[in-house]
Design a protein around this ligand. Structure first.
Ligand SMILES: Nc1ncnc2c1ncn2[C@@H]1O[C@H](COP(=O)(O)OP(=O)(O)O)[C@@H](O)[C@H]1O
Ligand SMILES: [Mg+2]
Length: 354
């Protein structure tokens, strides 16, 4: 198996098939009984194991943070071992917390037990990246958080990867997560035999055998929605937007003029807050007291599959945000349907050619 530099390769397979073991042979937490693993052309057994581990970031399920160390001390761990100067470590810790979306001023001195599961995972990723290792190993890093948080963490990992271009080996037992994150997927069977190693598109289109097909599971076309990002499809942008400090009467007038039933309330930094209905505006004193909070929204990085879920939860369309949570538009159920039909047409063409 060859893992190209700068790509995300996902090992996916059922629990107990040997994913963790295979991954741990890369940073020599486990030594192979036969065969070799080379990194940048060098047999990893010819390298000093401790040195090697400091050049490979490692993030695991439940983050594995040291409970008696603060967030900053956890993130600064490897740079400290590498004897970076104090100021450089401090600056790097701030940079990493910012990178993973945690406000340094707020989280710097907290202890892990005072963080949510998702925040702990973010710190885990910040720690793995702190010494700027070229290689990152991630062993079911988002396995222990709720599905919405997991979706957000996945989106952020993809955003980070666009910037960082690390060589990432990511382990999961969920095929959907593999499709979403992987440039390439290795589907592993018992004792880590490689059943198929290819791009997600190729595996979805043509599973190598019955076992892989079973693992890919039903609904391959639904899964293909995980390969398309919201930024790849047209957004609807005609929603009427309002600021919390505008008067209900102003918004009502706009809705009436344009014959619309809903307006989207944004905060002072353009972040979406609530949908308000025309009918609610009549008796309201301010915009702040009416409307329904947005429970699920997606970012331009999210997959169409996540968008579909948000659309179904929200009823017809979902709010899309761009950088810093700013409003970008909405995505409509019709856009997703059009994409599904296109995917189906492409699959049928491919089937006829075969
Ligand atoms: N190539 C292998 N040959 C023999 N036993 C293996 C091999 N890979 C893993 N194992 C054993 O299988 C068990 C499960 O492995 P593990 O790597 O934890 O699986 P996973 O991470 O996929 O759940 C462990 O006891 C491990 O020692
Ligand atoms: Mg494992």
């Amino acid at each position: 198996m060859h893992i190209p530099a700068g790509e995300v390769v996902v090992f996916v397979g059922p629990s107990g098939c040997g994913k963790t073991t295979t991954m741990k042979m890369i940073n020599r937490l486990i030594e192979p009984t036969s065969g070799t693993i080379t990194i940048g052309g060098r047999d990893n057994r010819s390298l000093d194991a401790v040195q090697l581990r400091r050049t490979i970031g490692y993030a695991i399920q439940q983050a594995g943070l040291f409970p008696h160390l603060t967030v900053a001390q956890n993130v600064g761990m490897v740079p400290r071992l590498l004897r970076w100067p104090k100021e450089r470590i401090a600056a790097r810790v701030e940079e990493m917390l910012d990178l993973v979306g945690l406000d340094p001023a707020e989280y710097h001195d907290r202890y892990p037990r005072r963080l949510s599961g998702g925040q702990q995972q973010r710190v885990g990723v910040a720690r793995a990246l702190a010494a700027d290792p070229p290689v990152l190993l991630m062993d079911e890093p988002f396995g222990a958080v709720d599905p919405i948080t997991r979706g957000n963490l996945q989106d952020e990992l993809m955003r980070l990867q666009l910037e960082l271009r690390k060589t990432v080996v990511f382990v999961t037992h969920e095929f959907d997560e593999a499709v979403k994150l992987g440039d390439r997927i290795a589907v592993l069977g018992p004792r880590s035999t490689i059943l198929q190693y290819d791009t997600p598109e190729a595996i979805l289109a043509k599973p190598a055998d019955e076992t892989v097909a079973g693992f890919v599971g039903a609904g391959a076309s639904l899964k293909q929605l995980s390969l398309i990002r919201v930024r790849d499809v047209p957004l609807a942008d005609e929603a009427i937007t309002a600021r919390s400090d505008e008067t209900p009467a102003q918004i009502r007038e706009q809705l009436e003029q344009r014959n619309r039933r809903f307006a989207l309330v944004l905060d002072e930094r353009d972040r979406p807050l609530r949908w308000v209905r025309a009918g609610e505006l009549a008796g309201a004193g301010t915009l702040a007291e009416v409307g329904r909070p947005i429970t699920d929204f997606v970012t331009t990085q999210s997959t169409l599959r996540d968008a579909l879920e948000a659309i179904l939860a929200e009823g017809g369309s979902a709010v899309v945000t761009k950088e810093r949570g700013r409003y970008a538009g909405t995505i409509e159920i019709g856009t997703v349907m059009t994409t599904i039909n296109q995917l189906r047409a492409t699959a049928e063409e491919a089937g006829e050619q075969r």
